[in-house]
Design a protein around this ligand. Structure first.
Ligand code: YH5
Length: 258
């Protein structure tokens, strides 16, 4: 899954793809590089970021979805928590919803069920503004998996079929380095739930902490984590650097013994 941010304050590529034509070209390049899906987000979820109004998010995301759909047939996911954006994006051609609030905003669950597309449910402790203020867990893996399984049950009750549910531990969303490490090592346990697992770790702070590298120097760290996540059974890896990640995953899959 290639990341396409259309925000002005995203952490690692903020403002880079704000120009509509550039954003479209970046999407086409990621598709050509081997992305299976492109995740389009119009609201930054970086720590301390501000909520974006519905109309502003629509203005950022919908024209881009329309232009990508017109240009190539790569599947598109919309990274949003707002039911209005989910609905408009899917009607414009997006075929998946990626929600860091796991469909807990008012109306989101019902709209997602009506739209009939796959949904990714992510775990977050707190909200984007306060999530990195001293996150605490008694048992991080147990709590995150209980949360995700409970949200998956809510989705099924609301009419979302099991095969349309993807789960994500939410690396960096209300977690310390140790919490992120514990969750990463537990990827096989999340995979064992039977739901496809999405891992989003590309360029994140935990990789900076482990490699002592600035955000624009985390490619090797991101590739290493992507290979390990795939080997642990993750179904979808959300990344900035599609071309490099596709190579890394190709080599890992060709050279690993089964
Ligand atoms: C995710 O994990 N993450 S947005 C900070 C960075 C680099 C990247 C400090 N949306 C996820 O990508 N959706 C985001 O450098 C997501 N899973 C799902 N499902 C944050 C992000 C980032 C933040």
């Amino acid at each position: 899954m290639g990341i396409l941010n259309v925000t002005v304050d995203s952490f690692s590529d903020g403002g880079l793809w704000m120009d509509a034509d550039q954003a479209l070209r970046h999407a086409v390049n990621m598709a050509a590089a081997g992305a299976d899906i492109i995740d389009i987000g119009g609201e930054s979820t970086r720590p301390g970021s501000l909520a974006v109004e519905v109309q502003q998010e629509l203005d950022r995301v919908i024209p881009l979805i329309e232009s990508i759909v017109a240009e190539c047939d790569i599947p598109l996911s919309v990274d949003t928590s707002k039911p209005e954006v989910m609905e408009t994006a899917v009607r414009a051609g997006a075929c998946m919803i990626n929600d860091v609030f796991a469909l807990r905003c008012e109306g989101a669950l019902e709209i997602a069920a009506t739209l009939g597309v796959p949904v990714c449910l992510m775990h977050i402790q707190g909200g984007p503004r306060d999530m990195q203020c001293d996150p605490e867990y008694a048992d991080v893996v147990g709590e995150v998996s209980d949360f995700l399984l409970a949200r998956a049950d809510c989705c099924e009750l609301a009419g979302i079929p099991k095969q349309n549910i993807i789960i994500d531990p939410g690396f960096g969303f209300g977690k310390t380095l140790q919490h992120n490490i514990d969750l990463f090592k537990a990827i096989p346990a999340f995979v064992a739930t039977g739901y496809p697992v999405l891992v989003g770790i590309s360029r994140k702070t935990m990789l900076g902490q482990l490699s002592d590298k600035a955000v624009d120097q985390r490619l090797a760290a991101s590739l290493s984590a992507a290979v390990l996540a795939a080997q642990a059974g993750a179904a979808i890896i959300r990344v900035h650097d599609v071309d490099e990640t596709v190579d890394a995953l190709k080599i890992a899959s060709a050279l690993q013994s089964s």
